[in-house]
Design a protein around this ligand. Structure first.
Ligand SMILES: NC(=O)c1ccc[n+]([C@@H]2O[C@H](COP(=O)([O-])OP(=O)(O)OC[C@H]3O[C@@H](n4cnc5c(N)ncnc54)[C@H](OP(=O)(O)O)[C@@H]3O)[C@@H](O)[C@H]2O)c1
Length: 325
């Protein structure tokens, strides 16, 4: 099969298309013939040599895809050759075929085309598991979504809005802030020009954010705690602002706050399968109704994976970038 191969750790230019053996399904797995693969920030780190795949996972980059079932392994129920699906992967998405544990396969929501479905697994599983399953965001609460115009952010805004929360978000340009407002953000904050702690305090009469979904890590750690409401939950999912921060524990303690950091890719298959099942139960109906939609910035053919990575690195995109096969 054709697959994107990184010749060595480095910039986007190290990516090219080569030949690899076709995967075969182990017991409990299916093989998907890939229609499209979604890009994720972690893919850039893997290409640079900083984020190796978990043990046993494919070396090929790619943590989500959509496609058609091409083979079914022993002991798999509920999936047949020819079924369309999208999947959360530990790796291997940038290829014509990929083997995936059956529990990480999800049906394509009605009304979404097969290519666009590749934009859903990572954002849906990450946002649902962190904002709702872990942080327990409730209707009427306020959530601050950092990076609202990104793949994760654009989905988080819509889902939180649809489930009745008040949504604040940060983005880097007026155009992106306008796009966030159109997705349902109530409070938009330009992270270059404004202090999100102050804006949020003012907009919530001093209450702050009950939940924060953070992509920045160290750079925002203290300010995120400052922005939290009493009994607020800060969920850190990204390290775009570094990994080592300093925190005033007293500030957290006085708020009886929680700081949680999670990672989806490294979790055991059973946990990822449980998250996928919960996504299909709770999120897919909203997607099917068109209330929450995948936001796709653009698609590139597999052979242009380097250009797709360069675009994500530039930050000029809004929403998801896909590779098509
Ligand atoms: N832990 C997990 O399981 C998990 C799973 C998936 C993703 N993630 C993480 O989630 C984050 C978002 O991923 P993605 O796929 O949505 O990437 P993406 O589409 O490239 O989005 C990146 C976002 O970062 C924003 N950003 C950059 N500098 C910022 C700043 N100073 N303050 C606030 N926002 C800033 C960008 O905003 P502008 O475009 O407006 O500049 C953009 O919205 C990444 O860090 C990724 O690694 C974690």
């Amino acid at each position: 099969m054709r697959a994107v191969i990184a010749a060595e750790p480095g910039g986007p230019e190290v990516l090219s298309v080569g030949e690899l053996p076709d995967p075969t399904p182990a017991p409990g797995e299916v093989v998907l013939r890939v229609a499209a693969a979604g890009l994720n920030r972690a893919d850039l780190l893997q290409r640079q040599g900083f984020y190796p795949p978990p043990p046993g996972a494919s070396d090929v980059i790619g943590m989500e895809c959509s496609g058609t079932v091409a083979a079914v392994g022993e002991g798999v129920d509920g999936w047949s050759v020819g079924d369309e699906a999208c999947a959360l992967l530990a790796g291997g998405g940038y290829a014509e075929q990929v083997a995936v544990p059956a529990g990480q396969l999800m049906p394509v929501p009605a009304g979404v085309d097969l290519v666009t479905a590749a934009a859903l697994p990572e954002v849906a599983a990450t946002v649902w598991s962190n904002v709702f399953m872990v942080a327990g965001l409730k209707p009427q609460e306020t959530v601050l979504v950092h990076g609202g115009a990104g793949g994760i952010g654009s989905f988080a805004i819509q889902l939180a809005h649809q489930l009745g929360a008040r949504v604040a978000t940060t983005a880097g340009t007026p155009d992106k802030l306008a796009a966030c407002a159109a997705l349902g953000a109530d409070i938009t904050i330009d992270y270059h020009e404004q202090d999100f702690v102050e804006v949020l305090r003012e907009a919530t009469d001093g209450h702050g954010a009950d939940v924060i979904l953070d992509n920045m890590g160290a750079k925002y750690l203290q300010r995120n705690v400052d922005a939290l409401a009493t009994e607020g939950r800060l969920v850190i999912i990204g390290m775009q602002g570094g990994t080592r921060g300093e925190l005033d524990i007293n500030a957290l303690l006085r708020k009886r706050g929680a700081v949680i950091a999670t990672n989806l890719r490294g979790r055991p298959t059973e946990e990822k399968s449980a998250i996928c099942a919960s996504v299909v139960e709770h999120v897919w109906p909203l997607v099917t109704e068109g209330l929450v939609q995948p936001v796709v910035h653009g698609t590139f053919p597999l052979a242009e994976a380097a250009a797709a990575h360069a675009l994500m690195e530039s930050g000029d995109h809004s929403g998801k970038i896909l590779l098509t096969l």
